[in-house]
Write a protein of this length. Structure first.
Length: 536
């Protein structure tokens, strides 16, 4: 994906109260006195990439720091905002919406490759060296890497199956027998949801059948007596109605009461006829309740829990049967997959060796341009326990002269050599796939013609990517397409863009320590002309 950092704004970040830069395409350099705050701009970029915030970034006396960035990605504008609070958690925003920090990292984290002063430490790491070589793989090599990853995933899947089986099929058989018994016991009982309430109601009625019949008989007798009394009351109301027609409502009410008593008596009779008094049926209900009590004792506090246990046991039984069947062929499949993994690892190792040959040749060429006469770079491979990225342990060997036996880079390379070596390897490995590359003072320990060669290398890389470089070398800054200066006065720093005369003054300061020195300005102008004329 093509892309660039279009704008960066920050407030209350360290010694910088407020700053806004628009980097533009090509090589963007940031210069300034030591301690002015140049690396704060790199810190601001790391914040909008979704990296964790370091402590102490908020300006003294302020409660919050803010960093805003706008990226242009394949013509699309993407904005990121980070707010750091002295009290509480930081907040992140993507295109104006608050999001978790990991969302920011997923969206824009891969856009920028940061090459810092400490990157020479990565030259000791097999993982970082694998990453460097994998970025330089040819098409066949990328296919080999994909094939290895797919084979590794298969081995991991088979090992997980083996872990689930536990390596003891007899233990699985014992568990299968137990679970099968549980499933069968619950299934044969034949209970359905709600059967416990129904059985308790039915058994309760049957246990109390005699008492229920007596009570319902009393209800009917009392209702019959009430009906006879109600009939007499209705007759008396009839005679009263003859004397006072206005009592018709009482007569109607009496008729309704008598009708209700008759209906209630009829329902009581039906209810009495429905009372079951069957000792055999009651015994059957009691047996079912006893069975349910036994199941509850084993499998759950109520019928719902018992049925749920049965469903889970049935699922586990299916899983166990599958695992037992799977175990019969798993060892063979795993052995075959591990054999294929070894073969895939060998193919990937050969692909990395080809990439290493290319990177070695390219990096040595870059180092010759950077002042070495006959440097030697070698990637040393050793087999290790296979993992997600292969079974290769990789070491980097280096010699500043081919007549010297190459040794571990951390032991044989000086600071200035490490700076050039880091840049050469990044250039040879195409600096990863990120469209934006940031260099943070990787030119430490360099000067003179070598520094000029490094500036030319960075300018050449900036033809294909947006390159931001924090530097203290005028030979590098002279190649800038866009030049920012960080200036500090007391406890505060500011950032300003310099062009033409101001840029010459800054180069003069970097060359001679005096921005107004006439001889320094002449040297700065000559350096600028040389740099612009020397672009590849």
């Amino acid at each position: 994906m093509s892309g660039m950092l279009d704008e960066l704004a920050l407030t209350n970040l360290g010694v910088i109260d407020e700053a806004r830069i628009e980097p533009g395409a090509g090589l963007v350099v940031v210069t300034g006195e030591t301690g002015a705050g140049k690396t704060l701009l790199l810190g601001a970029i790391e914040l909008i990439l979704g990296l964790p915030a370091r402590s102490g970034l908020i300006t003294a006396g302020s409660d919050e720091a803010t960093v805003e960035g706008r990226f242009i990605l394949s013509g699309e504008e993407v904005t990121v905002t980070r707010r750091l609070a002295r009290e509480g958690r930081s907040r992140a925003y993507l295109n104006g919406s608050m999001v978790p920090l990991k969302v920011v990292a997923e969206r824009v984290g891969g856009l920028v490759e940061v090459v810092a002063q400490g990157d020479h430490l990565a030259l000791r790491s097999s993982a970082e060296l694998r990453y460097l070589l994998d970025a330089a793989l040819d098409d066949e090599g990328r296919s080999a890497a994909d094939a290895y990853r797919a084979t590794w995933d298969r081995v991991v899947e088979l090992r997980k199956d083996q872990t689930r089986i536990g390596g003891d099929v007899r233990a699985l058989e014992r568990e299968r027998s137990l679970v099968a018994f549980q499933v069968d016991e619950i299934s044969r009982a034949g209970f359905r949801a709600g059967d416990d309430d129904r059985l308790n109601r039915e058994a309760g009625r049957m246990r109390n059948a005699n008492e229920l019949l007596e009570l319902l008989s009393d209800v009917r007798r009392l209702l019959d007596e009430a009906g006879e009394a109600g009939g007499g009351a209705q007759a008396a109301l009839g005679r009263a109605l003859d004397l006072d027609p206005g009592l018709s409502s009482l007569s109607e009410l009496a008729q309704g009461v008598l009708a209700g008593l008759a209906e209630l008596s009829s329902e009581a009779r039906v209810a009495a006829e429905g009372v079951e008094h069957d000792p055999d049926l009651l015994e059957e209900k009691e047996q079912q309740l006893g069975l349910l009590s036994d199941l509850r004792r084993k499998y759950g506090a109520n019928l719902a829990e018992v049925l749920d246990f049965g469903e889970q046991a049935a699922e586990r039984l299916t899983e166990l049967e599958g695992l037992i069947k799977r175990s019969e062929v798993l060892d063979v499949e795993l052995a075959e997959a591990e054999e294929r993994l070894q073969a895939a690892g060998s193919e990937l190792r050969e692909a990395r060796r080809r990439a290493a040959d290319h990177v070695e040749e390219e990096a040595e060429a870059h180092l010759r341009d950077l002042g070495f006469t006959s440097p030697s770079i070698r990637f040393s491979f050793r087999e290790t326990t296979p993992g997600p990225t292969g079974g290769d342990g990789i070491d980097l060997l280096f010699a500043s002269d081919e007549r010297v036996q190459p040794g571990p880079v951390a032991k044989v390379a000086s600071g200035g050599e490490l700076s050039r070596l880091v840049l050469a390897l990044r250039l040879a490995g195409s600096a990863g796939e990120a469209p934006i590359v940031v260099f943070d003072e990787v030119d430490a320990g360099l000067g003179g013609r070598t520094a000029l060669a490094m500036g030319r290398k960075l300018a050449d890389l900036a033809r294909r990517r947006q390159v931001l470089c924090v530097t203290h070398l005028p030979q590098v800054a002279a190649f800038a397409d866009t030049h920012y200066v960080v200036e500090r006065e007391g406890a505060s720093a500011s950032v300003r863009r310099v062009e033409e005369a101001d840029q010459i003054a800054e180069l003069s300061r970097m060359l001679a320590g005096l921005s107004e020195s006439e001889r320094g300005r002449q040297h700065a102008e000559e350096l600028r002309r040389t740099a612009q004329a020397g672009r590849n």
